[in-house]
Design a protein around this ligand. Structure first.
Ligand code: SAM
Length: 348
């Protein structure tokens, strides 16, 4: 693969700092990609650190398998969707954990891969699936959905103000099979006002719809909470406002002391915060990073810390005993392992 297509990890130092990586800790990278963040996490968590890396794209897994081979059994790589995070972790007995990372969207390799159909820069079939086994592709949406449904997708997932005109033209011009066909169609209705290509929002919207990105993110964030031990960090890097809004609202809701509607004389919801916000402001790339890696320009990092309240404690303690029990032989052999479990639940 040419160097130009290799993915440069975004906000790398900021991510590692936010995750407060500890030697011997256990971490999950839900969006492994080329393994850039994962490699740095493994380096910082040595000795004894473990990383579970997940990616929906089997090509990314193969690439990361190569780049992380020197870490041996410390890196466990799984081809799967982070919407199935709990199941994946149960299957591999990988909980509780000290930190979970989501670096959302797609990698530079996917964007530049001929044939993936993610970009209008290369002519390719309208595909856009992270996982090639997934049934619905961008061509299915473009050629089979109703005009109203297409307009909704373009408006909701692309914030495209010309959604209706584009949807009408798509329906009139069907069948459409290639990225170049779709891009030139859009160019004919969307005026070119800025440096951004007129097809950018439509391509983003289709990719989000094909991969059900927003639903999967919502679902995975909830699952991540169940996997983090006390003090564990949840770090999410997003690249557009729709993802960031989901992350922001999730973190706000889970860190709130009360979710009652305003105006009630006293709290009746008994909501228990499960997260503590660690940064009020989002973390964004420095000018130097933006210059060195223009793809980082829209990145926003949010971080929160898991807190396990007394009400949740019996469940957390059960989780600890189950994990510690199963690992007891190893734990006796290795004091490092014991430190890891203790750190996860902050029992030291
Ligand atoms: C921005 S890249 C991650 C790059 C990585 N942090 C690195 O340093 O190389 C995002 C990755 O997440 C994967 N991905 C996106 N949505 C996913 C999902 N729902 N489940 C699993 N992987 C997903 C994509 O296939 C892509 O490889």
């Amino acid at each position: 693969m040419p160097t130009a297509t290799l993915h440069i990890p975004v906000l790398l130092k900021e991510t590692l700092d936010a995750m407060t990586i500890l030697p011997g800790g256990r971490y999950i990278d839900c969006t492994l990609g080329a393994g850039g963040h994962a490699e740095a996490i493994l380096q910082r968590s040595a000795p004894g650190g473990q990383l579970l890396g997940i990616d929906a794209d089997p090509t990314a897994i193969a690439l990361a398998q190569e780049s992380l081979s020197s870490f041996g059994n410390s890196a466990l790589l799984v081809n799967g969707n982070f919407a199935e995070l709990s199941q994946i972790c149960s299957r591999h007995d990988f909980k509780p954990v000290n930190g979970i990372l989501f670096d959302l969207g797609l990698s530079s390799m996917q964007l530049s891969q001929n044939g993936s159909g993610f970009s209008f820069q290369h002519d390719a079939p309208l595909d856009m699936r992270f996982d090639p086994n997934q049934t619905i592709s961008a061509a299915d949406i473009v050629n089979q959905y109703s005009e109203a449904e297409l307009a909704r997708i373009l408006f909701e997932f692309g914030e495209e103000t010309h959604s209706r005109q584009i949807a009408r033209l798509i329906v009139r011009s069907r069948p459409l099979y290639s990225t170049a066909q779709l891009a030139s169609l859009i160019e004919s209705v969307v005026p070119k006002h800025s440096r951004i290509h007129p097809a950018t929002k439509t391509f983003q919207a289709l990719r989000i719809a094909v991969n059900e990105e927003l639903q999967h993110l919502e679902s995975a964030l909830g699952q991540a909470l169940e996997l983090l031990g006390h003090g564990g960090k949840l770090v999410v890097i997003s690249y557009h406002s729709l993802e960031d809004r989901i992350v922001k609202n999730f973190m706000r809701r889970e860190s709130a002391r009360c979710l009652c509607p305003p105006g009630l004389p006293q709290c009746v919801c008994q909501h228990q915060p499960r997260l503590k916000l660690l940064s009020k402001q989002v973390v964004v790339p420095s000018l130097a990073e933006e210059k060195a890696n223009p793809r980082s320009r829209s990145a926003k990092l949010r971080v929160a810390e898991r807190i396990i309240s007394s009400q949740e404690w019996p469940e957390a303690a059960r989780l600890f005993h189950v994990s510690a029990g199963r690992k007891s032989v190893t734990a006796r052999k290795s004091s490092k392992k014991r430190t890891c479990f203790n750190t996860v639940l902050n029992l030291n």
